[in-house]
Every structure is written in C-alpha cells, then in structure tokens.
Design a protein. Structure first.
Length: 149
C-alpha cells in the first residue's frame, strides 16, 4: 500500500493497531519520525521530552493528543505499546531499562548512539532479551518525502 507520495515500506505492514509513544521532540522526531508515522498510518498516541512546552508544540503540529510531563510518565502510560526513543545517549539506557520493565510495552525503537559506552550499550542489549519484547537501534532516520536526514 503506497502512501500519498508513493512511499511503500520495504516489508508489508501487518498491523497499525499499536499505539506509539514518542520520547523526544527534537528535529529527528519532529521532522522525520512523526512524518513517517503519519505517512504510514501509524498511531502516535503520546509524546514527551525534556521540556513539556516543546513537546506540546510538536504534539499540536502533528495532532498528538497526549503530552506527558516526563519520558518516564510516557513509558509508564498503559495506553502506550511501542516506545520510539530519540533522546540524548547519556539518558537512553535508563529509559530503555525502564521501558523493559513495563508489561504493556511490546517494542522499543532507540536511536543511535544507543549509549555513551560499549559497556552501557551491551547492558541494554542483554536486558532486552525478554520474551514478547522487541527492540531495535536505528542507524538512520526513517525515510519520507519530508526528511532530509
């Protein structure tokens, strides 16, 4: 199924039912990820960032209904099933570990660099091996007609 701009994912999308929570409201999230989610028809249910006012501006632009005060609150939100984490690498490992503890979280997408050290990155990889959880670290941002990454 191609979108308005002719974009078609490389794999067939099996479902669009999961609700995504976005952690981070910087350029990568605001210009690339949210554009890709909209184009693909995925549900972004909430956003949080270091500054709630900035997250609220991004939420208004993309029609995201819920803005959390903190990334931790977003991760704990039982309505959120997938976490898209685009946050500074010194803070990502703790957020990943927190997300892995939540029973309602089915998947985690974390941006590179995952952590500031190989040991910290390895710690996240070891802890993610939970049945029923999926996690990925991206090497590039999502490709859309709006993204110049």
């Amino acid at each position: 199924m191609a979108g308005a701009n002719g974009f078609q994912p490389d794999v067939e999308v099996r479902t669009r039912k999961y609700k995504i929570g976005c952690v981070g409201a910087g350029m990568i999230m605001a210009e690339c990820h949210l554009a890709a989610y909209k184009e693909a028809g995925f549900q972004v249910a909430a956003i949080a960032s270091r500054t709630k006012t900035h997250a609220a501006k991004v939420a208004e632009r993309w029609g995201i209904a819920k803005v959390h005060d903190t990334p931790q609150q977003l991760i704990e939100d039982p309505d959120i099933e997938i976490i898209d984490l685009a946050f500074p690498p010194d803070q990502q490992p703790d957020l990943i570990r927190h997300a892995l503890k939540q029973k309602h979280i089915k998947g985690i997408l974390a941006q590179k660099p995952l952590a500031l050290s190989l040991a910290e990155r390895s710690s996240c990889a070891t802890r993610r091996r939970n049945p029923g959880k999926s996690s990925r670290s991206t090497r590039t941002c999502a490709t859309t007609s709006r993204c110049a990454c």
